[in-house]
Write a protein that binds this ligand. Structure first.
Ligand code: G3H
Ligand code: ZN
Length: 275
């Protein structure tokens, strides 16, 4: 089916929605296969880092659009952690349904001003905008698990910037390979009460199943997961290569990797949806 507006998926969900990052074609296929297994909507994410790896946004975006159009469940296409306004513009031109402008590293006034300008331009094109306040630790190797978003500041930031959703720091840290993060569920509830737009949990790979469900229950709506799926994908490829060390055809190890990731996407989507 055609790309689904991200806002429609988020606002139409009674619980949490999974947003999964893809770098490889097999990962894109896994996300959509998992969503179809679960029969639930999904958000496909391409990050600025993935664009740097691939060398350009357009080829991956074209593959994602084509795959989404073949899928039997609603799927949105999101540009994740964009720091470059020109990349946001390109994503809008390419038909992305949402973007995350990541100005969390900027001083407050600059973050607000840049995010407000991006929100204005995206709103004109019907593109949903997510921003971040209170830098979520771990990105680019800088571990700051103590960082938290203040509810009053978050409400002021949303009012001043005009964003459609807000990523908040509540105890997660990016790129965790163990699911040992301790979330501040009371803070999620306070943020939910103070902030009038959907809340987004980043760095969700470090969060175990029970805590993910509790975070959604407390008020998280969009849940971003990347590293955990890479772990599942790579473990399946590694197992195949270890069992068959003479393998040279990439399809031999990428296909079990894709299958394993697809099953995990389905499981996570059901967990987040409370089904
Ligand atoms: O924006 C993407 C996410 O925050 C993913 O973080 O790799 O720690 O799951 P993660
Ligand atoms: Zn993130």
């Amino acid at each position: 089916m055609p790309l689904a507006p991200t806002g429609d998926i988020i606002n139409g969900a009674a619980h949490g929605v999974g947003a999964f990052n893809v770098v490889l074609l097999e990962q894109l296929e896994a996300v959509l296969a998992g969503a179809q297994q679960a029969d639930l909507p999904v958000i496909v994410q391409i990050s600025e880092n993935a664009v740097a790896y691939r060398g350009a946004l357009a080829p991956l975006a074209a593959a994602a659009r084509a795959a989404v159009e073949e899928a039997a469940v609603p799927a949105a296409l999101h540009l994740d952690h964009a720091t470059r306004p020109d990349l946001v513009e390109e994503a809008v031109r390419l038909g992305f349904t949402s973007v995350m402008y990541d100005g969390a590293h900027l001083p407050w006034e600059e973050n607000v001003a840049r995010t407000r300008e991006i929100s204005r331009r995206c709103r004109d094109k019907g593109v949903w905008v997510e921003a971040e306040l209170g830098e979520i630790g771990g990105k680019d190797g800088a571990h700051k698990p103590g960082v938290r978003t203040d509810p009053e500041e978050a409400a002021r930031f949303v009012a001043d910037s005009g964003v459609d959703a807000l990523a908040v720091a509540v105890g997660t840290s990016h790129q965790m390979t163990e699911r040992t993060a301790r979330l501040d569920l009371d803070l999620i509830r306070d943020l939910r009460a103070a902030v009038p737009v959907p809340l987004v949990l980043h760095g969700s790979s470090g969060v175990d199943d029970n805590t993910l469900a509790a975070a959604v229950h407390a008020g998280m709506r969009k849940v971003n997961i990347a590293t955990h799926l890479n772990t599942v994908f790579t473990a399946a490829a590694r197992a195949r290569l270890s069992a068959q060390p003479a393998t040279v055809d990439p399809r031999r190890y990428l296909s079990p990797a894709r299958e394993a990731m697809g099953h995990e996407v389905a499981r996570l989507l059901r967990l987040l949806a409370g089904s």
